[in-house]
Design a protein around this ligand. Structure first.
Ligand SMILES: NC(=O)c1ccc[n+]([C@@H]2O[C@H](COP(=O)([O-])OP(=O)(O)OC[C@H]3O[C@@H](n4cnc5c(N)ncnc54)[C@H](OP(=O)(O)O)[C@@H]3O)[C@@H](O)[C@H]2O)c1
Length: 173
């Protein structure tokens, strides 16, 4: 069981525009059946973790909730939940919630979806094992950051998937 921060990023280190648009991302070409595809990645995921902006983006952009795994949403607010979605709201230090998150993953991996500051909080608490960053050939100039704290990583793998440089890193603990 491991905890992965799997995300797409612009080349200059942003995962969304300042106003939380991902239009720039969906313009890029990506072969979902090729190396390091999300489909294969998803088979090993037992629980999802995200901050409230990411959760609200999913609520705005999905017709129905597409995940079967428990989704842990970090927020200080009371947010809507779509029917049949297993969503669990949590707040504070990720270390305080991690035993429950890991137990809900039932032996599988935990996917920290974003944003970058929440992923950094996991790293700070020594809970992040790997980063899987799909880098799009786009400079956004500004936006929501990929990460918000210093972190040393080892490069494990890099492959090309059409427009993307798909990178995989181990986090130094
Ligand atoms: N490029 C990609 O593949 C990709 C992947 C994932 C996400 N995204 C996008 O990137 C953007 C990320 O947004 P974001 O940077 O604002 O990050 P976010 O983590 O999605 O949301 C940040 C918010 O989560 C809540 N939060 C974070 N840590 C918390 C904690 N420890 N305890 C309680 N609440 C906590 C806070 O809001 P409240 O307490 O006020 O609720 C905080 O303002 C979104 O637009 C998302 O759609 C892109």
């Amino acid at each position: 069981m491991a905890t992965y921060f799997y995300t797409a990023s612009s080349l200059d280190g942003f995962i969304a525009t300042t106003d939380h648009s991902l239009e720039w991302l969906f313009k890029q070409d990506f072969d979902w059946e090729a190396t390091m595809p999300e489909t294969q990645f998803m088979a090993g995921v037992g629980a999802l973790v995200m901050g409230s902006s990411t959760y609200q983006w999913l609520l705005r952009n999905q017709e129905s909730w597409e995940y079967t795994q428990p989704a842990w949403v970090f927020t200080h607010r009371d947010l809507d939940v779509l029917e049949a979605a297993d969503v669990r709201f949590v707040q504070g230090d990720p270390a305080d919630a991690f035993d429950r998150i890991a137990a809900s993953a039932d032996g599988k991996n935990v996917w920290v979806m974003g944003g970058g500051d929440l992923a950094a909080q996991f790293a700070e608490a020594n809970l992040l094992d790997e980063g899987w960053i799909q880098i799009a050939p786009v400079m956004l100039g500004s936006g929501q950051p990929l990460f918000t704290r210093p972190l040393q990583l080892d490069l494990l793998n890099v492959v090309r998937n059409r427009d993307f440089a798909c990178t995989r890193y181990r986090v130094h603990k």
